[in-house]
Design a protein around this ligand. Structure first.
Ligand SMILES: NC(=O)c1ccc[n+]([C@@H]2O[C@H](COP(=O)([O-])OP(=O)(O)OC[C@H]3O[C@@H](n4cnc5c(N)ncnc54)[C@H](O)[C@@H]3O)[C@@H](O)[C@H]2O)c1
Length: 351
């Protein structure tokens, strides 16, 4: 099997966990949804390029940059030096608003991103920019088109769910997946799973909320109104698809607590009625590591995109997107999206 060469834009916490997971799971399948996927193992993924704007990351080997501040992803393992030096990308709106407080913007000139990508000769550009950086995400999507890369948008910016971008990637025969990564065991997927289970047991859910507290840069940035609204809307829409239309739903990051670092606690409340109109109440919390949660799904998404590349499939990857993202172009219930993804991997579904 050939290697899957990936370039990452945004060497933050999620990138840190991705790089570590490729090393950690080289021989260790435990804790993953899929170890062998279409003949590819996690160790077949190679991050061959990294782009950021923070002076603590730019110019450093990727294996060091992933542990540089303000990243808080823990050292789960020690990936060997990658021989990949992080380069400076254009800032655009990547450090707007409160992110100015935490990102130290490097003062060197940015590289020409399409030429950098062409020279690396990789296949997939993974966009891990902060929430709210619409212009910067669009810039990287456009650079992927210019350099002939598949594009994976892990941010909430509208790319895979925007027909104009879908058509551009289709025209170029390049795969496109997104938007807004859905963590392996994060709040949204957990909430959807609980609600799906309740629906199957006949419980009529009337009210539910999911409120998160975290200590990452992402949790800090999402406190700002325009980012909070973007996230809240996507999370609520993902949850609403498994609820009766008149149910009341609230979701969103409710606060940033620095000492929690990479940990995120999601508080879930569900109120419903079962037989005889009697009350069913769930009031629980889930605590996970944000970064590892992102990497857990990215290992599958990247391999799914590589399968599309090898089959010559360009444009919207509906199975990969509905399996791995909170705001895919076509939404489907959890079980169905997992079935779609596995059928796609086996070659029974085109996209
Ligand atoms: N579990 C998860 O990690 C998870 C789940 C769902 C969605 N996401 C999404 O993934 C994205 C990344 O998450 P994260 O926690 O790694 O974020 P992060 O804030 O830790 O990292 C973002 C990185 O992007 C860099 N950056 C900012 N502007 C840039 C630019 N113009 N060019 C290049 N780099 C730039 C920052 O310096 C930083 O290193 C976010 O949009 C988030 O919503 C992550």
């Amino acid at each position: 099997m050939s290697k899957i060469k990936v370039v990452v834009a945004g060497v933050g916490n999620c990138c840190s966990a991705l790089v570590q997971s490729i090393h950690y799971h080289a021989e260790n399948p435990r804790g993953l949804m899929n170890y062998d996927l279409g003949g590819f193992k996690p160790s077949d993924i190679q991050v061959v390029g990294g782009i950021d704007i923070d002076s603590r990351k730019v110019g450093r080997d990727l294996s060091e940059a992933i542990f540089a501040e303000p990243n808080v992803a823990p050292k789960f393992c020690n990936p060997p030096p990658a021989g990949v030096v992080v380069v400076k990308g254009p800032m655009l709106d990547g450090a707007d608003g409160v992110l100015k407080d935490v990102i130290k913007v490097d003062d060197s000139p940015p590289v020409d991103v399409p030429s950098y990508l062409e020279q690396l000769d990789a296949e997939i550009l993974l966009c891990l920019l902060p929430t709210g950086a619409q212009k910067a995400v669009e810039f990287y999507a456009d650079s992927a088109l210019k350099a002939g890369y598949a594009f994976v948008n892990c941010t909430p910016a509208k790319i895979a769910s925007d027909n104009r971008w879908v058509e551009s990637f289709e025209d170029r025969g390049l795969p496109l997946a997104g938007d807004d990564l859905m963590s392996q065991m994060g709040g949204t997927v957990f909430h959807m799973g609980v609600l799906d289970f309740l629906a199957k047991r006949g419980v009529d859910v009337t009210k539910t909320y999911q409120l998160d507290i975290g200590g990452t840069v992402e949790a800090y940035g999402v406190l700002e109104d325009f980012r909070r609204e973007e996230k809240r809307k996507i999370k609520s829409e993902a949850i609403k698809q498994v609820l009766p239309t008149d149910s009341k739903v609230a979701t969103g990051t409710s606060d940033y607590v620095g000492f929690m670092r990479d940990c995120r606690t999601g508080y879930f409340y569900v109120e419903g009625k079962n037989c005889l109109g009697s009350d069913v109440i769930i009031d629980i919390y889930l605590r996970t590591h944000d970064s590892a949660n992102g990497a857990g799904i990215l290992l599958d998404v990247i391999r799914g995109v590589k399968i599309a590349i090898d089959r010559g499939i360009g444009g919207q990857l509906t199975s990969v997107s509905s399996y791995g993202f909170k705001n895919p172009p076509i939404r489907s219930p959890l079980n169905e999206s997992m079935e779609w993804f596995m059928s796609f991997v086996k070659g029974e579904r085109k996209r």
